[in-house]
Design a protein around this ligand. Structure first.
Ligand SMILES: C[S@@+](CC[C@H](N)C(=O)[O-])C[C@H]1O[C@@H](n2cnc3c(N)ncnc32)[C@H](O)[C@@H]1O
Length: 218
């Protein structure tokens, strides 16, 4: 039998932050994932919080890519009800052996803040999408001014060291690659994601605001 690794105290905290973030983003995700169907590739699935949106008959198959072994174990537990309609792949996106242009949707939820080369991930994700397929994105973005922007600047390096996440994330350059998306000439437009604000971890204050978009492959 495969040995599952226990989460340490800090990993439990990270898991709780992922769950709180997803609850806070419920309305945004309802909107973003409305109509999702067919073959879905999720990059950086974490513990699998998006199961609540993908466990529906319209989703034929969900490939959840996650490199972290402990998160993969948690993810297997989260998605167990979906049976063979889900594959949890332990590895990085560039290691995934699926044919190019074989997915209807690619999903990033709070991914680009924690990858060293976000432009490369967007390129790989774009390669997996069918023409006309959609990239659904929710990311947090560094605040532009005010108290929170100041806190983010102070916390940027310790936060990154502790969590691997860049609280001053800016997903626009990585997403705005020339010739990738329909109706995008220059920079992609991101809209502010609605948040449910009650009773969530104070740590999440550091990550606001959140932004979202759906891009269609040319
Ligand atoms: C902040 S977490 C978000 C997890 C999940 N998307 C969510 O919304 O709860 C980012 C995840 O991306 C994963 N990741 C980082 N680089 C990756 C890569 N190159 N390919 C796939 N996943 C990656 C990390 O291991 C981490 O679990």
């Amino acid at each position: 039998m495969k040995e599952t690794k226990k989460l340490g105290r800090f990993e439990k905290l990270s898991r709780d932050v992922l769950i709180s973030t997803s609850k806070m983003l419920k309305d945004a995700k309802d909107e973003l994932f409305h109509g999702i169907h067919g073959r879905v590739l999720e990059v950086g699935a974490g513990i699998g919080v998006n199961v609540y949106f993908f466990n529906r008959p319209e989703v034929d198959h969900w490939v959840a890519v996650e490199p972290d072994r402990k998160l993969v174990d948690e993810c297997h537990k989260m998605v167990a009800d979906m049976g063979d309609r889900v594959t949890v792949f332990q590895g990085y996106l560039h290691e995934l052996e699926e044919p190019p242009e074989s997915f209807d949707y690619v999903v990033f939820t709070t991914l680009l803040c924690s990858v060293p080369e976000p432009g490369k991930i967007v390129k790989e994700a774009h390669r997996f999408l069918k023409p006309g397929g959609k990239l659904c994105v929710i990311e947090h973005i560094g605040d532009s001014f005010g108290l929170r922007a100041g806190f983010q600047m102070l916390a940027k390096y310790p936060w990154r060291l502790a969590t691997g996440c860049n609280c001053r994330n800016n997903p626009v350059p990585a997403l705005s690659q020339p010739g990738f998306w329909q109706n995008v000439d220059d920079k992609v437009d991101l809209k502010i994601a609605p948040l449910r604000t009650k009773r969530f971890s104070p740590l999440l204050q550091l990550l606001k605001p959140f932004v979202m978009t759906t891009l269609t492959k040319k």
